[in-house]
Design a protein around this ligand. Structure first.
Ligand code: SF4
Ligand code: SF4
Length: 57
């Protein structure tokens, strides 16, 4: 699973990467990627200050 990332909204603050319990989000400078080990827990979507993440249904 992965979360949907709105790359227009993301400001690369890194808040989501540190809150993810399975370290599925990886931020490399200005590129945020979500790896397949995501368990769709939703923690990152709540932590994102700009609402850039969405759990895929
Ligand atoms: S939904 Fe949960 S497991 Fe998936 S990237 Fe966000 S915090 Fe990590
Ligand atoms: S918390 Fe939101 S704004 Fe910050 S890096 Fe993650 S997706 Fe981007």
């Amino acid at each position: 699973m992965t979360v949907k990332i709105d790359r227009q909204k993301c400001c690369y603050c890194g808040g989501c990467t540190s809150i993810c319990p399975v370290a599925a989000l990886e931020l490399k400078e200005t590129v945020l990627v979500c790896h397949e080990n995501c368990v769709n827990c939703g923690a990152c979507t709540k932590a994102c200050p700009v609402g850039a993440l969405e759990v895929k249904k």
